[in-house]
Each structure stands twice: as structure tokens, then as C-alpha cells.
Design a protein around this ligand. Structure first.
Ligand code: SF4
Length: 235
């Protein structure tokens, strides 16, 4: 897979790209703003998923809210740009930018996922020459890096520059897998609580998420080591 960012800012301006956030993204932003929860809350929103077709393109888990199932993402301007894109096409939160931005235009799909394979066949046949990466040998979980569908339509850096090193793709696949596995488990627990006890306010959900990551980081449980890897991503 070849990619070299052309620094056009097209991806950050695209109304079709949702900058979804993982629990670690939320935590990084919270720390980046020196534990200012109100600042974090003004930067994010819960996007309600309109239909199943929209949901099929999302890699983050859905949270039950009183308005419907939703994902947490960065806010956008009325024109569809990320609110953190500056006038000169720079990211104002570059050091704390989310995983989606760090990995862009790449995402990972399970090799046996029939929907995604179909998407790959149609859109990406000529673009992808990527290795299948074993991220969990015990459970035979294998991921393949692909270009995100929305990126194939807008990103001018795809196919330019050098090939992305296999070692970087492998590292990314591992981080992606472990973060998503952990995030799905956390949101699953939150959704179970909501189903039993009723809806939570957004601030309550964010608080639970931040406390969860903080606790993991403090306890230095294995997932915490992925935090460091995540910070090193750069194309
Ligand atoms: S957070 Fe930064 S890199 Fe990500 S979409 Fe916004 S401006 Fe672009």
C-alpha cells in the first residue's frame, strides 16, 4: 500500500468523514486539555446512527442513548469540516489527534468479513497489496489493512510516495485490534447498565470512560502499553 499525505486538508474538510473517537482518544484529549472536562465536552458530540447502512461503515461501538444508538465523534462545522482544522490546513490538536486521523486513510477488516471483502473487491482491487496480519494466533483473528472507503474517493495521497512498511502496518493492526476489543467490552458493559437502569447523560458516559482508562493506565494493565504505540503512529 502506498500513501503520502499531500497536505490538502481534504480529509479533515470532508462532510462524509466522521472522526469517531475511542475511549483512549477521549482520554488523550482530556489530558491534552489538562483534565478540563468542559473543554472536552464542547469538542465532541454523540452522533445518532441514522440507519444500518451508516452503521456498517463504523468501526467503533454504538452506545445506547435516549435519542437512539450513537457513536462519539469530534464535532464538525456547519460546512462539514473538523472543528480543529485551521485556516492554513493544520490540525490544531495534532499531538492529541484521534486514532482515525493517525491511521487515515487506512482501516482494518477481518479477512473473513464478507461485506468488507465485497467492498474491497469493488473499490480497492487496484489499490491494495497489503499483507494479512495475524493479531491473535490463539483465536485465529486476522486483519487486512485496506484504504477506508470514503478515503478512496477523496484522498489524493493514496497510491503516492513509498509503500507503508509492513512493520508499521503490523504494529497498527495490533494496536487497532486491542483498542477496539477493549472499547467494545467497555461500551458493552455501559450498554448493559443502561438497559437495566435507564439512560445516562453524555457527561456521565464520558466520566465513566475517562475513569476506566485512567484506572487502566494507573494499574499498568497490558492495554496501557498500546497507548505508547498509538502515539508513535505517523505516515
Ligand atoms: S483532528 Fe486534526 S487531523 Fe483529525 S480531522 Fe480534525 S483537523 Fe484533521
Amino acid at each position: 500500500m502506498r500513501f503520502e499525505c499531500q497536505k490538502t486538508g481534504v480529509c479533515c474538510r470532508s462532510p462524509n468523514l466522521l472522526i469517531t473517537l475511542t475511549h483512549f482518544d477521549l482520554y488523550f484529549l482530556y489530558k491534552y486539555w489538562r483534565n478540563d472536562l468542559s473543554k472536552l465536552l464542547t469538542a465532541i458530540t454523540f452522533y445518532v446512527i441514522a440507519d444500518e447502512a451508516s452503521a456498517s461503515h463504523l468501526v467503533v461501538p454504538e452506545i445506547i442513548t435516549k435519542h437512539g444508538n450513537a457513536v462519539i465523534a469530534l464535532k464538525k462545522t456547519e460546512h462539514g469540516s473538523c472543528i480543529f482544522l485551521s485556516a492554513n490546513n493544520l490540525c490544531e490538536i495534532y499531538r492529541a489527534r484521534p486514532l482515525t486521523c493517525r491511521m487515515y486513510p487506512i482501516t482494518f477488516v477481518p479477512v473473513n468479513d464478507s461485506n468488507q471483502s465485497h467492498e474491497k473487491k469493488d473499490v480497492q482491487k487496484k489499490l491494495v497489496k497489503a499483507p494479512i496480519i495475524v493479531v491473535d494466533a490463539k483465536n485465529n483473528i486476522r486483519l487486512q489493512p485496506i484504504y477506508a472507503k470514503a478515503a478512496t474517493k477523496t484522498c489524493r495521497g493514496i497510491g503516492k510516495g513509498n509503500s507503508i512498511p509492513r512493520s508499521l502496518l503490523k504494529n497498527m493492526a495490533n494496536v487497532f485490534f486491542h483498542i477496539m476489543k477493549d472499547y467494545y467490552s467497555l461500551i458493552g458493559t455501559i450498554n448493559e447498565y443502561i438497559s437495566e437502569h435507564g439512560y445516562l447523560e453524555p457527561i456521565e458516559i464520558i466520566n465513566v470512560i475517562i475513569q476506566y482508562v485512567e484506572q487502566k493506565a494507573l494499574e499498568k494493565v497490558p492495554i496501557a502499553e498500546y497507548l505508547n504505540n498509538l502515539r508513535n503512529f505517523s505516515f
